[in-house]
Design a protein around this ligand. Structure first.
Ligand code: FAD
Length: 442
């Protein structure tokens, strides 16, 4: 049995941010991180770019290597250390084939999320790979290079990014999506822009459900409720679920299934914290608890957990769930709620959809399609965009949503003008002006 001031389970974005903060504020404390793989501070966000060959070594997905944390930051990082049991005051970790018990003063769950399973026949066949951690990136790349036909199941942002990555390797790609549009979290107008781009490069099958995988020793066919698709590799990216197998025995979960936390990232149990993809936070737009499994909130939740675990005070306000992705030349982004999500939340909504150039008319650059959703009082609920110049608009919208802006704030925001990248009347401002009309404002 060994005693530690701080035990952290998971060495990803949240876990390493927390560990770094605690050591910076309390250099004398013993901070121990347990990570079941060989890697810490890895960024799964780069997986599609590794697969498509933007860089060669998958280790580059790690922001820093383990020794940086050990030697420069004084964090006691245990890799290949899988925590298998958690109880009040202690944990059991499997290290080098042996179980070791550690007593902790404070504990952080930073166990992330895990790939949602399809639960269909033969999903464990060789050549069916779930997009998960950076080890799955290596397996996908190796298998993709040997394949001719690849089926990707799911067209959330990970499925879309993987479709581009695999098609860049010169493979024939089929994407199967159960919903009627790709990126189902977006409204139909925005998803339609992506669909027309995807249709040019990959075979996109919508409103189809995968029912089984078939093959002798390895995958040969994906069967759906509408047909069958021959392939040498099937990549499954149908979403994630919070990894709370350990935590659920010790602390309360929220409605989403992720760990319930307050703004200090404390769980229901004193001295136990949670951060990142395994934890719930507040959705700033709705003001309600939400499960927002993205990298920037994970890092910030980790930072806040670290400050509070070190005995200081810092509150995490929540997230507006902003995201950007792309498929070849089309950028797609979203901050806050789409229209259907806002309606589902019970808002009475108005929306404006504009298609305009994102730069001055004499530049050849393409169009941006942008949608702003507001409630009847003019509060902005969400912004989505597809096309060119999307990321700038999503950055602007994120800051405004964070401050609970209304359509007047959006209209009067002084977005900068420079002909190659923006317009005097920015697409965000044009959409706000359209909303003035719909809201009966002058
Ligand atoms: C392909 C892909 C692309 C993505 N792209 C983006 C993007 O562009 N933008 C964005 O914002 N987000 C993106 N994300 C999401 C983002 O990667 C996550 O939100 C972020 O990594 C969450 O950090 P975390 O620390 O909470 O969890 P993780 O990074 O998953 O870290 C959790 C760690 O806990 C370890 N662990 C789990 N259980 C145990 C145990 N019992 N014992 C010891 N260790 C354990 C795991 O091995 C893992 O290292 C992407 C995710 C994927 C998979």
């Amino acid at each position: 049995m060994r005693y530690v001031d701080i035990a952290i389970i998971g060495g990803g974005a949240a876990g390493m941010s927390a560990a770094s903060r605690i050591k910076a504020l309390r250099p004398d404390w013993n901070v121990m991180v347990f990570e079941k793989t060989d890697f810490v501070s890895h960024a799964p966000c780069g997986i599609p770019f590794y697969v498509s060959g933007f860089f060669e070594h998958f280790e580059e997905l790690c922001t820093y290597d383990v020794n940086h944390f050990r030697n420069e930051r004084g964090i006691d990082v245990h890799t290949r250390a899988k925590v298998v049991e958690v109880s009040e005051g202690s944990i059991v970790a499997e290290e080098n084939g042996r179980e070791r018990v550690y007593e902790w003063e404070k504990l952080l769950f930073a166990t992330g999320a895990k790939a949602k399973r399809l639960n269909v026949q033969n999903e464990d066949l060789e050549g069916v790979i779930y997009v998960d951690d950076i080890l799955s990136a290596e397996r996908i790349k190796r298998s993709a290079l040997k394949s001719e036909r690849v089926v990707i199941i799911g067209s959330g942002y990970i499925g879309v990014e993987m479709a581009e990555a695999i098609s860049r390797l010169g493979k024939k790609v089929t994407v199967i999506e159960i919903s009627e549009r790709p990126l189902p979290e977006y409204d139909a107008e925005i998803a339609a822009i992506l669909k027309s781009e995807m249709d040019k490069i990959v075979e996109l099958k919508l409103s189809e459900r995968v029912v089984a995988f078939e093959g002798k020793d390895r995958i040969e066919r994906v069967l759906t409720d509408k047909g069958e698709y021959k392939c040498d590799l099937a990549i499954v990216a149908v979403g994630v679920v919070p990894n709370v197998d350990l935590a659920k025995k010790l602390v309360k979960l929220g409605k989403s299934g992720a760990i319930k936390t307050n703004s200090r990232m404390e769980t229901s149990k004193e001295g136990v914290y949670a951060a990142g993809d395994c934890a719930e936070t507040i959705n700033i737009v709705t003001g309600k608890p939400d499960w927002i499994h993205l990298a920037t909130p994970a890092n910030k939740m980790g930072y806040v957990a670290g400050v509070n675990m070190a005995g200081y005070e810092l509150n995490y306000p929540g997230s507006v769930k902003c995201q950007i992705t792309s498929f070849y030349n089309v950028e797609i982004g979203k901050a806050g709620l789409s229209e259907f999500e806002a309606i589902r939340e019970g808002y009475e909504v108005v929306s404006a959809f504009v298609t305009t150039k994102s730069s001055a008319k004499y530049f050849q650059d393409g169009l941006i399609h942008l949608k702003v959703v507001a409630n009847r009082n003019g509060k902005v609920l969400g912004v989505q965009a597809a096309g060119k110049g999307v990321s700038m608009r999503i950055y602007g919208a994120t800051a405004l949503l964070y401050k609970n802006a209304d359509v007047r704030d959006l209209f009067f925001s002084d977005f900068p003008y420079y002909p190659p990248v923006s317009r005097v009347w920015d697409p965000l401002v044009v959409a706000a002006r359209n909303l003035f009309r719909k809201l009966g404002m002058p």
